[in-house]
Design a protein around this ligand. Structure first.
Ligand SMILES: CCCCC/C=C\C/C=C\C/C=C\C/C=C\CCCC(=O)SCCNC(=O)CCNC(=O)[C@H](O)C(C)(C)COP(=O)(O)OP(=O)(O)OC[C@H]1O[C@@H](n2cnc3c(N)ncnc32)[C@H](O)[C@@H]1OP(=O)(O)O
Length: 232
């Protein structure tokens, strides 16, 4: 079990959450992908009011079908190939969450993380550009993944954004993040988003703090023992 997984289980008691089999996960990922298309269609549609109302009634019926069998909480996690917890319904990277673009994060040989992604018009802020809060959300997730990849996961304590240029939607973007320093329970990381021309559009710096409950002794960040039981 990875250090992040152990922390998740201790701090957030995820052990109680129901595991999901691969067939269910695949079916729900397919459902989420169709709902993403639906959301994009809703944002861009130019149908007349009667047609919009008719579709709304059909969508309400679909929601009722899904609510016929509900989990009390979102599905949490499987352990990914990299040993880290994969949050299936995470709003940035979760394949099962229609709100997530989704952004797929890869771990790089230099110990950092990267992603290549495209945001559609659903995420528009200023006309033709990505909403600044959406960029912040993507970067928070990426920075958090960098902290986890470093073996020092934590809760975001500070997140500083520098919006250098507008970030266009509908074109391929890349983003990278890497830890710069880890000290006690604190970890600092830097990240950037770049446009298709490779120029930086947003820079971010974050500091993550491992919650006290994640530790046996409240001491340094290196003591996340694998497989330990969740604490109070
Ligand atoms: C360990 C949890 C891991 C969670 C990770 C989640 C998923 C992992 C899965 C896969 C990994 C992949 C990706 C990562 C995923 C997600 C990234 C997004 C993460 C988030 O989206 S997360 C939600 C937003 N985030 C919050 O919701 C935090 C709310 N907050 C708190 O939960 C507490 O506030 C906490 C824990 C931050 C600190 O609480 P605490 O009690 O441990 O702190 P305490 O008072 O002991 O201070 C100790 C020293 O930190 C300094 N300090 C404290 N707080 C500070 C602050 N905000 N700014 C600057 N300095 C601060 C003090 O000044 C002192 O400094 P000094 O020692 O130098 O005196």
């Amino acid at each position: 079990m990875s250090g992040t997984d152990a922390v998740m289980r201790r701090v957030f008691a995820v052990r109680e959450r129901e595991a999901m089999d691969a067939a269910t996960e695949a079916a729900l990922a397919g459902l989420a992908a169709r709902v993403r298309e639906l959301t994009e269609a809703v944002v861009h549609t130019a149908v007349d009011p009667a047609e919009a109302a008719a579709v709304a009634a059909e969508v309400a019926a679909l929601a009722a079908r899904l609510n016929a069998a509900r989990r009390a909480e979102p599905p949490i996690a499987r352990i990914g190939g990299n040993g880290l917890v994969r949050q299936l319904a995470n709003p940035v990277s979760g394949a099962l969450n229609p709100v997530a673009p989704p952004v797929e994060i890869e771990f790089t040989p230099d110990g950092g993380v990267r992603t290549a992604f495209t945001l559609n018009g659903v995420y528009e802020g200023p006309p033709s550009f990505v909403h600044g809060g959406v960029s912040a959300m993507v970067l928070d997730q990426l920075l958090g993944a960098a902290a986890a990849a470093n073996g020092t996961p934590g809760m975001t304590a500070t997140l500083e954004l520098r919006y250098r240029r507008p970030t266009p939607w509908g074109v391929p973007l890349t983003a990278t993040a890497k830890v710069s320093r880890a000290e006690g329970r604190k970890t600092w990381a830097d990240a950037v988003i770049a446009g298709p021309d490779g120029r930086t559009t947003v820079e971010a710096t974050a500091m993550f703090i491992m919650p006290v409950g994640a530790h046996g002794d409240g001491g340094s960040s290196g003591d996340v023992a694998d497989g330990d039981a969740p604490r109070g």
